[in-house]
Design a protein around this ligand. Structure first.
Ligand SMILES: [Zn+2]
Ligand SMILES: [Zn+2]
Length: 261
């Protein structure tokens, strides 16, 4: 499969990635890509949670709303003008924190799309990190968060949907039921499921994607989730393509944008 698009990559603004928008666009052009969306981690207001939680989730290092308006958007606009040979989309990877729709709307109006990533979510009166050993109840709440998020119509793609399985050794019928719920929600709301190339061997989870394969209507994209320039079109991406091809997944070449207001 020749790769000509990518809708998931990060820049140095998030505090744990390298490079500028322009660096990624130049790498995309070098590799003959036709359409690229940049989707750095969105600014999340610190008032939304206790500061210790905010720090635990690295949110204090990520771009602020001021960075978004004064650095991120202008850099994207500059590249759109400077590189007309490639179609550049303005995106963000963002979490779903309920009760803040005005804030999401304000960001989304300035962009082409949102990637939904659930790296943390509300569960049992706490904010839980998806990278920790999460309980079965936490996993149910991960899917509940997806359901609430997806109903808003804000999101185009659910990135690394299999992240809830990060620490799962034995994939059981419980995990399978959750996988089916995730896939069925994404189909119902026409949201793409992303095979994420940046899982360092922990995802994509084969058990999850074998189930996706059973659903011919599922929309699937491969995302590089690059945090370094060399990961944009590197070995991980080739491995993700091989993974998808081996399972016979029907990968969409281009992401169709969802209109928003
Ligand atoms: Zn990141
Ligand atoms: Zn990402």
């Amino acid at each position: 499969m020749k790769r000509i698009t990518n809708y998931h990559s990060h820049i140095a603004l998030c505090g744990h990635a390298e490079g500028t928008v322009e660096d990624y666009i130049q790498e995309a052009i070098r590799n003959h890509y036709e359409e690229v969306g940049i989707s750095d981690h969105a600014p999340i207001p610190s008032e939304w949670m206790p500061f210790s939680t905010y720090q635990y989730l690295w949110l204090d290092q990520m771009m602020t709303l001021q960075d978004f308006n004064e650095k991120y958007l202008p850099e994207l606009e500059m590249c759109i003008k400077k590189y007309p040979m490639i179609h550049i989309l303005k995106g963000l990877e963002i979490e779903y924190v309920p009760h803040h729709l005005d804030y999401y709307d304000m960001l989304r109006r300035k962009l082409d799309y949102f990637n939904l990533g659930i790296h943390y979510f509300q569960s049992e009166n706490n904010i839980v990190s998806t990278y920790d050993h999460i309980s079965n109840q936490n996993m149910i709440d991960y899917v509940q968060t997806l359901e609430e998020a997806i109903k808003t119509g804000l999101f185009t793609t659910f990135v690394h949907p299999d992240l809830y399985l990060l620490c799962v050794q034995n994939f059981t019928s419980f995990h399978e039921q959750l996988a089916r719920k995730i896939i069925e929600l994404c189909i119902k709301y026409q949201v793409y499921l992303e095979v994420n190339a940046n899982g360092k061997g922990k995802y994509p989870k084969e058990e999850f994607w074998k189930i996706v394969k059973e659903y011919p209507d599922a929309l699937i994209l491969i995302g590089s989730d690059a945090h370094r320039i060399q990961d944009f079109h590197g070995k991980q991406v080739k491995d993700a393509i091989s993974f998808a091809e081996k399972l016979g997944l029907n990968i969409q070449e281009r992401m169709k944008l969802k209109p928003w207001k």
